[in-house]
Design a protein around this ligand. Sequence first.
Ligand code: SF4
Ligand code: SF4
Ligand code: FES
Length: 249
Amino acid sequence: MANKTVILRIKRQLTPDSKAYWEEFEVPYRPGMNVISALMDIAATPTTRDGKQTTPITYDSNCLEEVCGSCAMLINGKARMACSALVDHLEQPIRLEPFTKFPVVRDLAVERQVLFENLKRVKAWIPVDGTYDLGQGPRQSAADQEQAYPYSRCISCTCCMEVCPQFNMNTNFVGAATIGQVRLFNTHPTGKMQKDERLHALMGDGGIHECGYAQNCVEICPKDIPLTKAISEVGQEVMKLAFKDLFRK
Ligand code: SF4
Ligand code: SF4
Ligand code: FES
């Protein structure tokens, strides 16, 4: 019996502006292998299925355990993490493409800086006021910790932005991941000191009102983050603050 192999069809693009094209590869099968290990095999012997010498595929990855969020790509048309995509569960040929809503750097690697810019826009952090000891921070009840925990699981993979009908390179919509982080920091006992600043950042161009509530984000999130709950809770807070602002004028 011939040795089992894995066939991959990969969309390649050598520079941000060059034309994309497809290459097909065949690598030896190993039980339990994932998409990243198949890409590593291609890198070791970069030869296409029809015997043409080529270059290794460029892609991002780091943790290999669905924690760093860097290996997100389209696998058989679905936005997901390559390190947790097991070959045994995928139809072959396995089709790999870069995300479509972000500029391609090369092959499967895309520029996802926009998410980090959005996180800066909403101040998705807790400011540290100097390096001296400020004593203990306010306590957070176990019940509140439990509510907040799911939002802290975000790995910045941008899968939720890739599948969002409202997010693309021509809109400024912040996307679900950023709104989830506003939910996280605005309910933190120290983080809530910047609550209004974060809510103001979600008003106007690209703000939370641009969400069409299609719920694609919550379906795709690899960390099961309750994104639509965050969108509706933060949306209500934004509305309340907008009314308050009206009466303050
Ligand atoms: S609910 Fe829909 S429109 Fe809103 S962020 Fe999620 S995917 Fe995008
Ligand atoms: S919210 Fe979920 S899908 Fe979006 S970036 Fe975070 S982990 Fe990824
Ligand atoms: S390599 Fe870190 S999430 Fe896949």
